[in-house]
Design a protein around this ligand. Structure first.
Ligand SMILES: Nc1ncnc2c1ncn2[C@@H]1O[C@H](COP(=O)(O)OP(=O)(O)OP(=O)(O)O)[C@@H](O)[C@H]1O
Length: 776
């Protein structure tokens, strides 16, 4: 595995050529198209560079001040050689670390096996007298302590091994040189996707999430600060260097002394899209870093324009939280509410690529479906929030009636009749309705259900069923074959059998499904039916249903939820901290919450809401950004920034009739077939997709629906609701006439969302005139 420097091929060419005048300039759209000249960075070089690497080829163009080193400089660049030598050393140390950790893990396994054997020999469970029992318990406790110790050491070793293996792909991406105290020598820190130290505790790589790495993201050369253990640490950053590294090969390095020049960012933005999102660890920008490293507040609301990195930042923040709370925060305690399954698949490799596990990812529909009776979820989600908040008062005064309860049934047997549940409610009538009462009733129902099954276990009918079980059935139920000898044994096996047979009844009790929530809701509200959100809220108010273990809930595309949905989520995850990210201009459904409403709702439910804004478009090339920026409210437009890079001018084609439109569309599709990367033809809804595919006949591209992942390349048709949050190299809008995008706010937001899916190229067609929305 270890590369010897003499044999290593330097295959990746020429950032120097690519960057000879390539920078990005960040400029307000429509105001400053000429890039501003910045102070020249020191060097951008690639020792073996002769031709541009393919995926960096579109890096621009305009004169930024990144200077290409002269050829003899490249060949005799001592800095490059030093850095390559350091990389060789680090790589070798990481390989050694991997070997050592594998050996340690193997040793622990062997020790565990030996101890288990010894314990099995020595251990005797003796509970005859109190003394014997105490001795046995003490032995068990001692054995547990040993097992815990092994587990702890194994977990640590596994974590270190994962980190080392992650780093073997790319040991680090940046270096900072920091002077902590005057007069003392500065320290060099190499920053990577994880942290690693060798066996003598020498730090090889600093984790990007460690406090000190903040200085890299703050991008201030000279005196700067970072926060550690609640204190500001002042340092002098003397160097900020970025690297393009592949395993043990250094392809290029860039010394940046101006915040705006981020060569790695340019390279990353110019890559082709392949249907999968990627981590942005090496290139998180300053405004984004504020969100990633934000202090842990109950509610953080991030509003950002299309392509400003909200989803990326969200995933980086999850990785940050896992690091900060290592050992305390389990992925099952973090929930990510995603817009749809296609989006979930689009992002699902990002955290694993960062060495972290994915949190629980669910859509709203999945959330509602798991809590509600089968087929009951769906319907109107826009219920005034005041109506929901009123439910708590209504519940406090509710008096249960017999019809509020359902029989608890299983396999056609009525195990506890509703009348008995009503009697139970009458017994507790002094306790006001609500979670406490329901918890008491639930406990008692569990006892009654158990008693009922015990009673059934004594009957001939149930015992016969057990007798007739086949051998495989016995093994499945009891994990062994059975031959009961006494009555007590027969009853005990029958009871175990009945518990399995009627497991759904235990579920009914545990999930409080013996309550008729719809009926209670209709009586309380005086309505003829109750909506999904009301049902969920009412069930929470009545029973305390919710997840109290969740620590973080992240809602992406928050502009697509109604206040009522958000109120339900906030109540369900009652102890969790919320991170809400969205863009009001991408609200493509009617009646969803404005940000003012989101803020007000969370303030009412959780107190304070902190806010951050992201105003730079990283996704789309400037011409495309300028196009969708026209669809934003004028006050916001002026604050938008975009990153300069190569692009094709947006194409807007008006066609006199349908034939011509189809011909242009076929033409556009044909041309994209020659391109690499992803092209999406985005239509508003499924019916337009079907029509379009029928019109294109045999040449029609594939339709991506909720069941599919996006392909890695090629051209396909997709509806806007599924395209949300995704991005494509090229977007074709087959009908941007006023018929599809009329002059109203919803259409304006749909068009903004559609255009902003494009990274490099956009083709907009219309039969007749293009919507006036784009002409303003
Ligand atoms: N700092 C960064 N470095 C490299 N790439 C970035 C950075 N920030 C964002 N990007 C890229 O920009 C694109 C848009 O990012 P992302 O999808 O996270 O934005 P968004 O704000 O969630 O978009 P939208 O709301 O329009 O769906 C992605 O390809 C992402 O990798």
């Amino acid at each position: 595995m270890h590369f010897s420097p003499a044999l290593r091929a330097r295959h990746s060419p020429t950032h120097s050529a690519g960057f000879s005048n390539g920078s990005h300039s960040v400029s307000p759209i429509g105001r400053c198209s000429a890039p501003q000249r910045r102070r020249a960075p020191r060097i951008a070089r690639d020792k073996a560079a002769r031709s541009r690497p393919k995926d960096w080829s579109s890096i621009v163009t305009n004169d930024s001040g990144i200077t290409a080193p002269a050829p003899h400089d490249i060949e005799h660049d001592p800095v490059f050689d030093q850095e390559q030598a350091h990389l060789d050393e680090t790589y070798a140390a990481l390989e050694e670390l991997e070997r050592v950790l594998l050996a340690k893990i193997a040793k622990t396994h062997a020790a565990v096996a030996a101890d288990k054997e010894a314990m099995a020999d020595e251990f005797g469970v003796n509970l005859e007298t109190d003394d014997d029992a105490s001795e046995t318990y003490a032995d068990i406790a001692a054995a547990n302590r040993i097992i815990d110790m092994y587990n702890m050491s194994e977990n640590i070793n596994f974590q270190r091994l994962n980190d080392a293996r992650l780093l073997l792909h790319q040991p680090y991406f940046a270096k900072v040189v920091l002077q902590f105290k005057e007069g003392q020598p500065p320290k060099e820190l190499y920053i990577g996707a994880a942290g690693a130290s060798d066996e003598s505790y020498k730090r090889l790589v600093v984790d990007w999430r460690s406090p000190v790495a903040e200085v890299y993201y703050n991008q201030d050369l000279g005196p700067t600060t970072y926060r550690a253990n609640g204190r500001d640490i002042h340092v002098d950053m003397q160097l900020r260097r970025q690297f393009d590294i592949d395993h043990a090969t250094l392809n290029a390095y860039f010394d940046t002394d101006v915040a705006i020049q981020d060569s790695l960012l340019l390279a990353s933005l110019s890559r082709q899209r392949d249907g999968r999102m990627q981590a942005i660890t090496a290139t998180i920008q300053k405004e984004q870093n504020t969100v990633v490293r934000h202090e842990d507040v109950p509610v953080l609301l991030v509003s950002g324009i299309a392509g400003s990195g909200k989803t990326s930042v969200l995933l980086q923040r999850i990785a940050y939280l896992f690091y900060q709370r290592r050992g305390e925060l389990d992925p099952s305690q973090v929930f990510l509410i995603t817009p749809n399954p296609v989006f979930r698949r689009y992002i699902d490799n990002v955290l694993p690529d960062m060495g972290e596990k994915n949190p629980e990812c669910i859509t709203w529909d999945e959330f509602a479906a798991t809590l509600m009776p089968k087929g009951r979820a769906g319907g109107e989600l826009n219920v005034p929030i005041e109506e929901l908040l009123r439910i708590d008062d209504l519940v406090r005064n509710v008096e249960f009636e017999q019809h509020d309860f359902k029989d608890i049934e299983s396999c056609g047997v009525r195990l506890i009749p509703a009348a008995q549940i009503a009697q139970l409610a009458a017994k507790y009538r002094r306790i006001p309705a609500g979670p406490r009462l329901v918890a008491l009733m639930r406990e008692e129902l569990e006892i009654r259900l158990e008693a009922r099954l015990k009673q059934m276990a004594a009957t001939d009918a149930a015992q016969m069923e057990v007798e007739e079980l086949s051998i495989p059935e016995q093994v499945e139920i009891f994990h062994e074959t059975i031959a009961p000898q006494t009555d007590a044994e027969v009853r005990s096996y029958t009871l175990a059998y009945l518990r399995q047979k009627h497991a759904d009844a235990y579920d009914t009790v545990a999930r409080d499904e013996w309550l008729r929530v719809d009926r209670i809701g209709m009586r309380l509200t005086g309505q003829k039916s109750i909506e999904t959100v009301t049902w969920l809220y009412l069930k929470m108010a009545l029973t305390g249903m919710g997840n109290a273990d969740a620590k973080y809930v992240m809602i992406d595309e928050v502009q697509d939820y109604t206040c009522a949905q958000l109120a339900v989520l906030a109540r369900f995850f009652r102890r969790a901290h919320f991170l809400l990210l969205g863009d009001e201009n991408q609200a493509i459904k009617p009646n969803t919450a404005s940000f003012a409403e989101v803020r007000a709702a969370f303030e009412a439910m959780r107190g304070e809401v902190e806010e951050c804004r992201l105003m730079t478009s990283y996704r789309s090339a400037p011409g495309i950004t300028a196009l969708f920026t026209r669809l934003m409210p004028p006050d916001d437009r002026v604050r938008v920034q975009s990153i300069q890079r190569a692009e094709e001018e947006p194409e807007l084609i008006e066609c006199p009739d349908e034939q011509r439109l189809l011909a242009e569309l076929r033409n556009a599709i044909e041309r994209t077939r020659e391109d690499e990367g992803l092209t999406a033809i985005i239509v508003p809804w499924k019916q337009e997709a079907r029509k379009l595919i029928a019109a294109l006949g045999d040449d029609a591209p594939l339709l991506v629906d909720g069941r599919h992942s996006m392909p890695d390349e090629g051209v396909f048709v997709i509806t806007l609701p599924l395209a949300k949050g995704l991005e494509f190299d090229h977007v074709i809008i087959p009908d941007a006439s006023v018929k599809t995008f009329g002059e109203n706010d919803l259409a304006r937001r749909r068009l903004y969302t559609t255009i902003s899916r494009a990274t490099r190229k956009i083709t907009i067609l219309a039969q007749g005139s293009i919507t006036p929305l784009l002409k303003g």
